[in-house]
Design a protein around this ligand. Structure first.
Ligand SMILES: [Fe+2]
Ligand SMILES: [Fe+2]
Length: 163
């Protein structure tokens, strides 16, 4: 039987993993294997998480009129964060500018997950049935694994992404 907090705890577990990865990357420098490996893991983890979160949680919330605005806001942020990851992948890691760009990404991503945890999730919980919770939990587990396995680093400069 699904506990009403279960799906949100599961998503927060992922967020904590993301914070750890961000912390580790902030401590790297230059075009090292360590930075490359961590950035690849971060990209796959974040793209996989966002896609599975959309398929499990946000698609459910889009069916609830009171949470449409919040849902649109978050999904739009997913798109922006995706573009920022692609922009980082298209930026020379050996130059100092990479870390400067990464710090902006770090700030924006932490803001996104804090907003989910502190504002969206508590609001969403008010509109969910037991059935929704079970559905979301099952879909998230299945899709997260598949989406992460399929996620790729796709370098694209921000200025080219709008076309
Ligand atoms: Fe998200
Ligand atoms: Fe999330």
């Amino acid at each position: 039987m699904a506990d009403s907090k279960e799906i949100f705890d599961r998503l927060k577990q992922d967020h904590d993993k993301h914070r750890e990865l961000l912390d580790k990357i902030l401590q790297t420098s230059g075009e090292t294997d360590e930075r490359k490996t961590l950035f690849e893991e971060l990209t796959k983890e974040l793209k996989g998480h966002a896609a599975a979160e959309e398929q499990a949680l946000y698609s459910t919330m889009l069916r609830k009129p009171p949470t449409t605005d919040e849902t649109r806001h978050s999904v739009a942020e997913h798109h922006e964060l995706d573009e920022a990851l692609n922009d980082l992948a298209a930026t020379d890691m050996s130059e100092g500018g990479w870390l400067t760009k990464f710090k902006t990404f770090d700030h924006d991503y932490r803001h996104h997950i804090e907003e989910e945890e502190d504002e969206h999730f508590p609001d969403f919980a008010k509109h969910l049935t037991e059935e929704d919770m079970e559905h979301m939990r099952t879909v998230f587990e299945r899709r997260k694994k598949e989406e992460k396995a399929e996620a790729e680093i796709t370098p694209e400069k921000k200025e080219d992404a709008k076309e």
